[in-house]
Design a protein around this ligand. Structure first.
Ligand code: 13P
Length: 342
């Protein structure tokens, strides 16, 4: 495969394929395992991810790349193969989460700054040697009806994203630039128009900082939230979410960016799929538009698996189904009938 950043970015987002975000930190995967009453041991985490990455149909046909956590990029499957080799053998690209999480931002109560820039150049070099060809950094932006986000928090997160992206490109790694405006934060009752306004402001600021940091837009992937009302105020229709999301992206994201891959952010599995399909159905978009889902790709698979060996086939079937639904959505071709067909 080509090693040019622009070719990798296209391979990550083209042809209906999308990304599997399997980069839950140790504390986040514990929360997911708690839902099936499974202890979060290194072996259980390995077994779970091995189940996903060995789902042949999904990995070969629908998943362009997998975002891994530090532990997973070094881990071996039960048969001794590196998990990264299993991903590559399926024709998918290994990637790595390199941020160290959102921490309280000094001087800004209730807002966060994502840490992880110190020593990042060295870590990227090692991750490249371990096989990563793209990376992820998530900036978290609080939102409410009037007070949040503050300008200071938006700018500092945008600057961190830009510094990270420049370091990635220096290391021949495609940066996924993820400024997430929370849909499921507190209080979670903001309107869709408030989300539009904040998303526009955040994306403008992020691209301003990327430009100042000399990041090559051809060699990156944007991972944004959709324009959607807060989790405790969800009422916008699928069409309204799609229309407003496309409008804000067209007014802020340069056409030189090859691909956009959405996060799911707490949307239900089917909502995340329906929105993505409606966005692509609008058509005439200057970038490839696909998914980079964590929860919306994995929730059904975790539940079907339940941590039991005898359920691996059921877990894989659930994962393959969600991956296929989102593949259809990335082509703008998903319908409710496709869900029922399964
Ligand atoms: P969700 O799709 O669960 O929001 O996770 C995607 C992700 O990688 C967030 O950083």
């Amino acid at each position: 495969m080509s090693e040019r950043l622009e070719d990798i970015a296209i391979a990550m987002t083209a042809g209906g394929k999308g990304l599997l975000a399997a980069d839950e930190s140790t504390s986040t995967i514990k929360k997911r395992f708690d839902t099936i009453h499974l202890e979060s041991t290194e072996e259980n985490r390995r077994d779970y991810r091995e189940m996903l990455f060995t789902t042949k149909e999904a990995m070969e046909k629908y998943i362009s790349g997998v975002i891994l956590f530090d532990e997973t990029i070094r881990q071996k499957a039960s048969d001794g193969r590196m998990l990264t080799d299993i991903i590559r053998q399926a024709g998918s690209i290994p990637g790595i989460k390199v941020d160290e999480g959102a921490k309280p931002l000094a001087g800004f109560p209730d807002e966060t700054i994502t840490e992880g820039l110190d020593g990042l150049r060295g870590r990227l070099k090692e991750y490249y040697e371990l096989g990563a060809r793209f990376a992820k950094w998530r900036g978290v932006i609080a939102i409410d009806s009037n007070k949040f986000p503050t300008w200071g928090a938006v700018r500092q997160n945008a600057q961190a994203l830009a510094r990270y992206a420049a370091l990635c490109q220096e290391a021949q790694i495609v940066p996924i630039v993820e400024p997430e405006i929370l849909m499921d934060g507190k209080p979670g009752n903001h309107s869709i128009d408030r989300c539009y306004e904040v998303t526009e402001h955040v994306l403008r600021t992020v691209f301003d900082e990327l430009f100042s940091a000399r990041v090559k837009l051809e060699g990156m992937v944007l991972k944004p939230n959709m324009v959607i009302d807060g989790k405790n105020a969800r009422k916008a229709s699928v069409e309204e979410v799609a229309e407003k999301t496309v409008r804000v992206l067209k007014s802020t994201v340069p056409a030189t960016v090859p691909g956009i891959a959405f996060l799911s952010g707490g949307q239900s599995d089917e909502e995340a799929t329906a929105h993505l399909s409606a966005i692509n159905a609008i058509g005439n978009l200057p970038w490839k538009v696909t998914f980079s889902y964590g929860r919306a790709l994995q929730a059904a698979a975790i539940a079907a698996w339940g941590g039991k060996k005898q359920n691996v086939a059921a877990g894989q079937k659930a994962f393959a189904h969600r991956a296929k639904m989102n593949y259809l959505a990335a082509l703008g071709k998903w319908t409710k009938k496709d869900e029922q067909a399964a």
